[in-house]
Design a protein around this ligand. Sequence first.
Ligand SMILES: [Zn+2]
Length: 361
Amino acid sequence: MIKCIYCLKEKEEEVFNQEHVIPKMLGRFDECILEKLVCAKCNNKFSKLETLLQEDSMEGLYSAIYRIVDRSHVRLRLNNLKIKVVGDFLGNVFEKIFPQAILPSGKIQPRSMLLINNKQTGFNIFWLDKLNSINPLSKRGRKIVKFIVGLEKKGLHCIVDQSDFTLEQAYKIISDYGVNFQERKRESFDELYKEDEKPIFQFKITETVPQNSFVPRIIAKTAFNYFSFNAIKSNLAEVLYYNNFDDIRNFILNGEGNEKNNLCFPLKQPILHEERQEGQNYFGHTLTFEANNTHVIAKVSLFGMRAFRINLGQYPFRFLSDKFGGGHFFNPLPGNKYITELSPIKYKLLKSENQYGLYRR
Ligand SMILES: [Zn+2]
């Protein structure tokens, strides 16, 4: 029998899965996996939260834009994420709908897509390179055809990056899926990127993050996973079952208690010392934990966007230690992945890599 670190129930070994410390939609970090600690029932709950994060948050949008997950299609639900459309065409679309991130190249890479703006279901984006590789007559293709054709009447936009496709190729891909795309107005990326030109079409994105919504819950789960992973590396797995962490567990599993206990809330400042110094966010995931006087406090930022502070629970050891704490910076870009250790004092990037544990090395 094994005890789940989230629901604390003892279950047969077979019902335990691998749990990625960082959700897979945020990059594949196979070095950081919790083995046989999270039961299938909890894991299933987390999958549902992760689907919401994928489809209805800025973090999800980033994971799609930078091809962290390789899907043929992205859906933006627009419940949490508000995209307000002003004007009548896609001027400055990449700057507005897909906000700037600091990539190593310093540039945003446009990606060819079929974009459907549907008031009922939100935005649906089909990546042309993915569509091109799926036969419309295959089972998966037929499903996509049904979906696109069902929606095609409403605001259809085709965005083509000429380094991927010519316009003719793009039209063929779309028409292979049974969509009759009639071009009404055309703009080139060169025009879109002219800074002195006033955009004729704008997106305004705002995101509301209620305290008990899925975003803080996923953030809190990632923080507790990371803390757990470090505890295991220090051979201190038993602390994970202490009732010190019951509040954060209850919030992660059931969405309860955040308003009352301030378990997870946004920080105004970025986490990394370098980010504050340079006045720009680094494109990556920052995860840290430390002890304040009485509690274990974690900080998490995904894709270098907003940062969160998570109160994991009362410090579980008898003596406070100024050596307790750690942090890592994870670069999620495919083919460019690295993990860097952070100095836990000021969260500076260090050169050493992959050192895990509850105490500073
Ligand atoms: Zn469980």
